[in-house]
Structures are given as structure tokens and as C-alpha cells.
Design a protein around this ligand. Structure first.
Ligand SMILES: [Zn+2]
Length: 178
């Protein structure tokens, strides 16, 4: 007898040796939980507005500089890793992908936008905790929304040799490394 998917209210047959069906298996891989729905830009907007208002009200607060320093340190570490890989150091593929994405974020998105988006996600987690199935699913959504900032700024690139624009294919986040 074919086993049924373990996700709530799902009657689909399981995929291979998984306890989940094909669709829920995919959602687990993309979102960190079989029943987690992606946090949209529109959903996050009210929380971003509140963070922006807080920043406007307290621009001299030491927290902003502290967070900028953290982002500098994180992206500098990513750059050092990429430099080492370029010189032949061994690399785990998801570590290298994470470093590349951090590098893209650093070069295309303002540090304050990264900070405000991250803080907005934490605010949403605190105030709409029902939208996150568990901690790991929150980490996935946080990574997806921050990564999305770079995609919004560089969703395509121009190939001089081919003379046309290409869409950049977003990397799959299977590791909540950010
Ligand atoms: Zn299912």
C-alpha cells in the first residue's frame, strides 16, 4: 500500500523514501518546513515602515553603527573566503554560494536597507509568530527576504559577447547560512 504524505491534510502519496509528497518535500527544502508559506514583500512592508520610522526618530542611536559594523565584518569575511577559493582553497559549495550572495548584497544593496529588512523580519516574527512554523523556517524566510534585495537590484545582467540581457537564476536556499 502506498504511504500518504505526513503533512497536515495532505492525501498525496509519498515521494520515494520521504515521509512527504513531492510538493511538500519541495516546500520543506525551499522554506524550512513542509507547511511554511513564503513571506512576501507586501507582508513585510508594514514592519519595514515601522523600522524606518524608528530609524528616523533615533538616527544617532549606537545600535545602527553596531549593526553596520556587524554587516561589514560578515561581508569582509565572505570576501576573504572568496579570495581564498580563487587561490585554490577547498570550498564547500553552499559556503561558497553564501559568500557569493553576501558579496552581491554588499555591492548592490545599501547596508541600511539590509539592516532595516532584517530588523523588520525579527519584528514580524515577534508580532506575527503564527506566520512562521518554527525557528528554522524563520531563518529561511529571513535569508530569502534579504537575498531578494539583491535580486530586485540585479535581476538581469548584460552579456557583452552575446549582446543581450540574461536573467539571473536565483540560487536555492537549502542552508540557512545567512
Ligand atoms: Zn503532501
Amino acid at each position: 500500500m502506498t504511504k500518504r504524505c505526513a503533512a497536515l491534510h495532505c492525501a498525496e502519496p509519498v515521494a520515494g523514501y520521504s515521509t512527504l509528497c513531492e510538493s511538500h518535500k519541495r516546500t520543506l527544502r525551499r522554506h524550512g518546513h513542509a507547511l511554511q508559506k513564503g513571506i512576501t514583500v507586501q507582508e513585510l512592508k508594514p514592519f519595514q515602515d515601522r523600522i524606518a520610522a524608528r530609524r528616523a526618530k533615533n538616527p544617532a542611536n549606537a545600535t545602527w553603527e553596531l549593526l553596520r559594523g556587524r554587516w561589514e565584518a560578515l561581508t569582509a569575511h565572505a570576501k576573504a573566503s572568496l579570495d581564498a577559493y580563487a587561490k585554490g582553497s577547498p570550498a564547500i559549495s553552499y559556503d561558497r554560494q553564501t559568500a557569493e550572495q553576501l558579496g552581491t548584497l554588499r555591492s548592490t544593496v545599501s547596508v541600511d536597507v539590509v539592516i532595516d529588512t532584517t530588523l523588520a523580519m525579527f519584528l514580524m516574527w515577534e508580532q506575527s509568530s503564527h506566520r512562521f512554523m518554527w525557528d528554522k523556517a524563520f531563518n529561511f524566510q529571513l535569508a530569502r527576504r534579504v537575498r531578494g534585495l539583491a535580486e530586485a537590484n540585479s535581476s538581469s545582467h548584460y552579456s557583452a559577447t552575446e549582446g543581450r540581457w540574461h536573467s539571473l537564476k536565483p540560487l536555492d536556499i537549502s542552508h540557512n547560512a545567512i
